[in-house]
Write a protein that binds this ligand. Structure first.
Ligand SMILES: *Cc1c(COP(=O)(O)O)cnc(C)c1O
Length: 403
């Protein structure tokens, strides 16, 4: 078949798939520039259409006119925003209310979670198992948390982590998805293995929350962290979150006991007494502007289930892989994302020699993905605003670059 026929057939297929897609209309809930295919929502989610006006109101009305009263007055006082927005986010990660608090960066929440986990694990256990391919910040923070708590870090391949867990394991830190390859790790089985070994498990959900079901409560996860500026579209530097399972909250001993996590912050007491519930995961005064941008961005989930998003994500990445196989010359790229659905998160990673140069060229042609050193082209698929025609155009453009 000629190239033109080949791409014509797939472009028609894309149009059919878009026409049959129940989530296609959600794209209107976002403000995206014309003519751009945006496949980098796993680094910075797109701008939700309600955010600009909401932030303008927060600045001019809540801050400008209401001033200090906004901390405690109105329907949505600033002071309780970390717990309120945590409860909005909770269903997206399968958590019942009262277990998610929003604030700080993922790195800071990792520190709280890891030291808190080591303290929950108690004495007598010596090892902290860490995903060997982890996103760097998790490894850096884990090393410091281990030094502080007297644990020894052992890197583990998540696929073999269950066998590495034993009576000396205090804490296990795993990424739900590998940020480089897009491999999805088996959260239910690995959580069950950690609990059977008597260890405390901490999951990093940065690359899965908002893209696929996580089921924190259902699978008995102990602690979890994640950011909100990727698939949750909270905006640049949007605050992260910390999940503390209800059963651990009364014993959770934060290494950052700031006054916002105090049982009675305005008593200004000289000594610390942790708040009841997940509020003890708070530290200092929250970054309200970013937090309320996230609050507005979460409106896009009204009437949308994570299950539907997951189904579309798999269909999109399947279709993209099919188009890449058809359009890109044999041998030009190597697919590093698993083909099996059960092992694939919401991105496709392709290895190629000059990945940095190829991505620059793609971006100049209106297809925005990203590059991860040394040789990975990364394409994130956010089903809320990415369609099948986008996937087809991205693969076709990639084919032209190699063609
Ligand atoms: C994006 C990401 C982070 C980001 O950490 P910040 O402290 O929010 O900058 C951490 N861990 C993983 C796995 C990530 O993908």
């Amino acid at each position: 078949m000629s190239d033109a026929l080949l791409s014509g057939a797939r472009a028609r297929r894309a149009a059919e798939l878009d026409a049959a897609d129940d989530l296609a209309g959600l794209r209107e809930r976002f403000t995206l520039p014309e003519g751009v295919v945006y496949l980098d929502g796993n680094s910075l989610g797109a701008l939700a259409a309600t955010v600009a006006a909401r932030l303008a109101d927060v600045v001019t009305e809540q801050w400008g006119n209401q001033l200090i009263r906004s901390w405690t007055e109105g329907d949505t006082p600033w002071w309780t925003a970390p717990e309120r927005i945590g409860d909005r986010l909770a269903p997206l990660v399968g958590a019942a209310p009262g277990q998610v608090v929003v604030g700080d960066s993922t790195s800071v929440n990792l520190f709280k979670a890891l030291v808190g986990a080591a303290r929950l694990a108690g004495p007598g256990r010596t090892r902290l198992l860490v995903d060997a391919a982890t996103f760097p910040t998790d490894g850096y923070i884990a090393a410091s948390a281990a030094r502080m708590t007297g644990l020894t870090v052992t890197p583990v391949d998540p696929a073999a982590a269950a066998e590495a867990m034993g009576p000396d394991t205090a804490v296990v830190l795993l990424n739900h998805a590998d940020y480089r390859t897009g491999r999805l790790h088996d959260l239910p089985a690995l959580t069950a293995a950690a609990r059977a070994a008597g260890a405390v498990i901490v999951w990093d959900l940065c690359h899965t929350a908002g893209a696929l079901p996580v089921g924190l409560d259902e699978h008995g996860v102990d602690l979890a962290v994640g950011c909100t500026y990727k698939y949750l579209n909270g905006g640049p530097g949007a605050p992260a979150y910390l999940y503390i399972a209800a059963r651990h909250q009364s014993a959770f001993d934060s290494p950052l006991p700031g006054w916002n996590g105090h049982a009675d912050p305005f008593a200004m007491a000289p000594s610390y007494e942790a708040a009841r519930g997940v509020a003890r995961g708070r530290v200092g005064t929250p970054d309200i502007l970013s937090m309320l941008a996230l609050d507005a961005a979460l409106d896009v989930w009204d009437g949308v289930t994570v299950e539907a998003v997951r189904a579309k994500s798999l269909a999109l990445t399947d279709f993209f892989l099919d188009c890449v196989a058809a359009y890109v010359p044999q041998g030009a790229v190597e697919v590093v994302t698993p083909a099996e659905h059960g092992h694939r998160a919401s991105q496709v990673s392709l290895r190629t020699e000059d990945a940095s140069g190829v991505m620059r060229e793609l971006i100049s042609r209106g297809v925005i993905g990203d590059f991860r050193a040394p040789d990975i082209l990364r394409f994130g698929f956010t089903p809320l605003y990415v369609g099948f025609a986008d996937a087809e155009r991205a693969a076709r453009t990639l084919g032209h670059i190699f063609g």
